[in-house]
Design a protein around this ligand. Structure first.
Ligand SMILES: [Zn+2]
Length: 155
């Protein structure tokens, strides 16, 4: 169940305002926020790739991390991910892996590209990279998995 449309709309408007202030202080215009069905809103995430040298620290992923770290925050599974700019393929993947229920964006990837932020090529690059992925088996590759199962059972 997604949050009330008025709650989503106002949370998106606040995310855009937050993005504007973030740009004024030297950041990128991307903000991610999670909204639970009950209206709880996460702390906003902004792109932190440069500051942290973490190539996955996109705004949406930072928002998901913050929600996961906050015991009083919105549960990520089933939440709506609001993104001021449409998520890239990595962020869509992380959101899906964590059970995000839906994604809403204020500005499409195509429009963001027209404004100088073209990240659409990663969607095309992923299948090409996946297609060239090959197994590299080594002896004992399953030992950590077996040890984990011995310690914790199957999950
Ligand atoms: Zn991203």
């Amino acid at each position: 169940m997604s949050a009330d449309p008025a709650v989503l709309h106002s949370a998106m408007a606040r995310a855009v305002e937050f993005g504007l202030r973030h740009v004024e202080s030297g950041g990128l215009p991307f903000v991610g926020v999670l909204v639970a069905g009950d209206g709880r809103v996460s702390a906003p995430g902004v792109n932190r790739v440069r500051e942290t040298a973490d190539p996955t620290a996109h705004a949406e992923i930072v928002a998901i991390r913050r929600a996961l770290d906050d015991p009083g925050g919105p549960p990520v599974p089933g939440a709506t991910l609001l993104a001021t700019g449409e998520p890239c393929v990595l962020c869509y993947d992380v959101a899906a892996e964590h059970g995000v229920g839906e994604v809403r964006y204020a500005v499409s990837a195509e429009t963001a590209a027209a404004w100088g932020f073209d990240y659409r090529s990663c969607a095309a690059a992923r299948p090409a990279l996946e297609a060239t992925a090959r197994a590299l088996p080594v002896d004992g590759a399953l030992r950590p998995f077996a040890r984990y199962r011995a310690l914790h059972g199957t999950r």
